[in-house]
Design a protein around this ligand. Structure first.
Ligand SMILES: *Cc1c(COP(=O)(O)O)cnc(C)c1O
Length: 369
């Protein structure tokens, strides 16, 4: 078997044990004589799977009892609309409500562009003028804001919030797509946490939403039924057919995390992996991390050439990505919007993968000098 180290930002690497378990059960899950893909979502065989997934998630994350967990579709991108509609949407002719947003990069900006359709967005802080290389200082939100939105880990530029903003009574909502279960999180600090599964949790197609109960049930009457948190909560994520197989894989990933020792152990490993790569970059004569030390992501680590003429960069970047791929280190190109290189090192990336990357970079540095 030949497995590569996949540094893709998403969909991304899954633990080998999870893939092997899914493989072993592909035609006969748990003695049912069926694949999970073939099961009715309302059957007695499937029900325990979604229930176990939720209870494991609650256990691993420490989700308080006054929060609901939903498994929906549409990706994080649909949450960009569902959060403002459900928390602050108003009836057709009613005056609009206000929401506070922090602009920390491409995904934050997309969330804002979607939100302005439904609420008056107050961008309380932005690091756009700094090229998004840090998380900006954040003022308290205006008192009349209905919620406060941040992007917990910025996948493309490679920053993360190390300290949450103080929002008083205004519920904090967050896009945690690229850092979900990478470190312990105090759920009680949030009104809504949402994440597309394909970064750190499972295959694409499932979105996990953790939402405080009192924020459910405020959607205006024009809200399409599929976008209503209250309907999905009432129906236990089964208003329509949920992403059954994706939820099953998430269940296996959660079991894997638990076997490894839980989210604390993930965090410890993630800090170790990230420290190895940042230390290497900070001491390299060839590469550097453009991100402010106080705001560096543990999950997505972009790097650029330290001092190379602009016109030589694209070729050298291509060469890096191609030569790395030949050694089984794949998907190291930076996001198309920012260029450079990027290593995404989610929970499933073993420390050996990061060490192999650093070994490759050391050799590559010598060869281009
Ligand atoms: C990948 C990503 C998204 C987009 O997710 P989809 O599930 O494709 O909609 C949104 N936000 C962040 C932070 C991401 O990393």
């Amino acid at each position: 078997m030949k497995r590569v180290f996949n540094f893709s930002a998403g969909p991304s690497m899954l633990p080998l044990e999870v893939l092997e378990k899914a493989g072993a059960e592909i035609t006969d899950a748990n003695g049912t004589g069926q694949s999970v893909m073939e099961m009715s979502h309302r059957s007695k065989d499937y029900k325990p799977i979604i229930e176990k997934t939720e209870s494991l998630l609650r256990e691993l994350m420490g989700v308080p009892t006054n929060y609901r967990v939903l498994f929906l579709q549409g990706g994080a991108s649909l949450q960009f609309a569902m959060v403002p509609i459900n928390l602050a949407g108003v009836e057709q002719d009613a005056p609009r409500k206000k929401a506070a947003y922090v602009d920390t990069g491409v995904w934050a900006d997309k969330a804002i562009k979607e939100a302005v359709k439904y609420v008056d967005v107050d961008i309380v802080a932005s690091s756009r003028d700094k090229g998004y290389v840090l998380i900006p200082d954040t003022p308290r939100p205006p008192k009349d804001a209905t919620f406060y939105h941040i992007t917990l880990n910025n996948t493309i530029v490679g920053t993360k919030w190390n300290k949450l903003p103080e929002t008083g009574n205004v519920p904090l909502t967050t896009d945690a797509s690229s850092c979900f279960l990478s470190e312990p999180l105090d759920v009680s600090q949030f009104g809504v946490i949402y994440a597309g599964a394909q970064k750190n949790l499972g295959p694409a197609g499932t979105t996990v939403i953790v939402i405080r109960e009192d924020l459910i049930g405020k959607a205006p009457s024009w809200t399409p039924v599929m976008l209503r948190y209250d309907i999905h909560a009432k129906e236990g994520s089964m208003y329509n057919t949920p992403p059954c197989y994706g939820i099953y894989i998430i269940n296996l990933v959660l079991e894997w995390i638990k076997e490894q020792g839980g989210v604390e152990v993930m965090a410890k490993r993630n800090r170790e992996k990230a420290a190895l790569l940042y230390d290497y970059l900070d001491n390299s004569k060839t590469f550097l991390s453009p991100i402010e030390k106080s705001s560096r992501s543990l999950m997505n680590i972009p790097f650029i050439y330290r001092s190379v003429a602009e016109d030589k960069k694209p070729d050298l970047e291509k060469r890096f990505v191609q030569e790395a791929a030949k050694e089984g280190l794949v998907n190291l190109a930076g996001h198309r919007l920012v260029g450079g290189m990027r290593a995404s090192i989610y929970n499933a990336m073993p420390v050996e993968g990061v060490k192999a990357l650093i070994g490759f970079m050391e050799r590559f540095e010598k060869n281009i000098r």
